[in-house]
Design a protein around this ligand. Structure first.
Ligand code: EPU
Length: 414
């Protein structure tokens, strides 16, 4: 899968795509379920796993920490057999490149009493600190040291429950501390927690396996810790939900280039913010409980959008939304409220013919519709990379998208 570039001959504005697109399992759910396997006493099976690079990397991290991981049928199902003794260190090479790696710190700390890791890498979206994780670990009784480029977190007598108020809403900090708290002694309260549906689904599954988590999917999560008693899957499998960001991107592409596209195996209920803006923009959407049909037509209205934590408009759909906005009539702004550096794609869209003014690091102004033309592009990050795939697909001529690896990290055979 480690390809170097995509070559895409665009439709030049024609809306001719037809067919059925099934959505794969959600990257940002499966990676956390893999991390959760560390707090299990028995093998954990995970189903509907997308065949993407990030899944492979997290499996390697689990193996490095001592687990045995088996993957079946090009990754559709994975089984993690827990280690006898967990190693208290994250694979430094992978952790330095993958933000999701940080989620393993919570469960490993709970199992091994210590965890060492470098500052986590990942898509460059602006500053991505880890202070909220450290604040949480401290509230759970840990000692934190920084030695060279490593963090060392230790607990002398096991994790203890604590009250943790997140000054900012963080998806991975909520997940990491929720997982750690399952094995802590006493109650942990996570306040101003992230409300992503993937978090609630994971909590529901952990509860089936013996955890006591209440309120996941709301801003306050209460976890009654087990004082080290491990969860048991007893043959139950975690079913990865459909990827709502992939779904959203398919909807946006279908609106711009689709004659009649049915997106299947998805959960439209998780995309309220996108569907509401697209309906107001004039996109013809037919929504069922697990499918969406889109029939593209010219003449959408441009509407301003601001990203927000779930259930608001997802920051991960911000770049694909910008491509949509280049094709809608009128001017509107796109305001990014989660990350500091998520408009790195805008200059390339401008080179392709888009009329975009970068007002400041958090806001762009888009005027449409403008015809896009072919260009050679360098994918800056996963989601912006997919926005380039969209832009190239509707543009005139053949575009090249280099650094395709970052797209393969999150999308199966895009
Ligand atoms: N933040 C801090 N301190 C922390 C943690 C976060 O200041 O300790 C800040 C971040 O810098 C950011 C904000 O809090 O400004 C929110 O970041 P969050 O922690 O929620 O992001 P994340 O957990 O690192 C996850 C997804 C991202 C997605 C964001 C927001 C995973 C592995 N990643 O990242 O997904 O954009 O939530 O929804 O779940 C992607 O899939 O391409 C991707 C980037």
């Amino acid at each position: 899968m480690d390809r170097e570039h995509f070559e895409i001959t665009g439709l030049g504005g024609r809306m001719t795509l037809e067919g059925i697109l099934p959505v794969r399992g959600a990257k940002n759910s499966v990676l956390k379920a893999l991390a959760a396997s560390i707090i299990f006493d028995d093998p954990l099976k995970i189903e509907n796993v997308p065949d993407i690079e990030d899944v492979g990397r997290v499996c390697e991290m689990l193996e490095f920490a001592g687990a045995t991981v088996t993957r079946k049928s090009a990754g559709a199902s994975i089984c993690v057999v827990p280690a006898q003794t967990w190693k208290s260190e994250l694979n430094p090479t992978i952790a330095g490149k993958l933000r999701a790696s940080v989620v393993l710190t919570g469960p490993l700390l709970a199992r091994a009493g210590e965890v060492r890791f470098p500052f986590p890498g990942g898509c460059v979206l602006g500053e991505r600190p880890i202070d909220l994780f450290l604040l949480g670990f401290q509230a759970m009784g840990c000692d934190i040291q920084e030695a060279g480029d490593q963090f060392i977190i230790r607990t002398a007598r096991g994790l203890t429950g604590g009250y943790i108020f997140f000054p900012l809403v963080s998806v991975t900090a909520t997940e990491t501390l929720m997982l750690a708290a399952v094995l802590a002694e006493g109650e942990t309260v996570l306040a101003n927690a992230a409300m992503e549906p993937e978090i609630a689904l994971l909590a529901d599954f952990l509860n089936l396996c013996g955890a006591h988590i209440e309120g996941a999917g709301t801003p306050t999560i209460r976890i009654q810790g087990h004082a080290g008693a491990l969860l048991t899957a007893r043959g139950r499998a975690f079913l990865t939900p459909p990827d709502r960001i992939e779904t959203g991107t398919f909807i946006l592409l279908a609106a711009l280039a689709g004659k009649d596209i049915r997106i299947e195996k998805c959960q439209p209920a998780h995309l309220g913010a996108l569907l509401s803006v697209l309906a107001r923009a004039g996109v013809n959407l037919e929504t069922g409980s697990n499918h969406i049909t889109v029939r593209g037509k010219p003449g959408y209205r441009n509407l301003s959008v601001r990203t927000h934590e779930y259930p608001g408009f997802p920051t991960d759909l911000q770049a694909p939304m910008a491509v949509f906005m280049t094709q809608a009539e009128g001017e509107a702004t796109l305001l990014e409220t989660i990350f500091d550096g998520r408009f790195r794609y805008a200059d390339d869209l401008i080179r392709m013919g888009a009329d975009i003014t970068i007002m400041n690091p958090h806001r762009i102004l888009v005027r449409g519709p403008r015809k896009l033309v072919r260009k050679e592009l360098e994918s800056p990050d996963l989601r912006a990379g997919l926005a380039y795939v969209m832009a190239a697909s509707i543009a005139e001529g053949t575009s090249i998208i280099n650094n395709a690896y970052v797209i393969d990290r999150g999308y199966e055979h895009i």
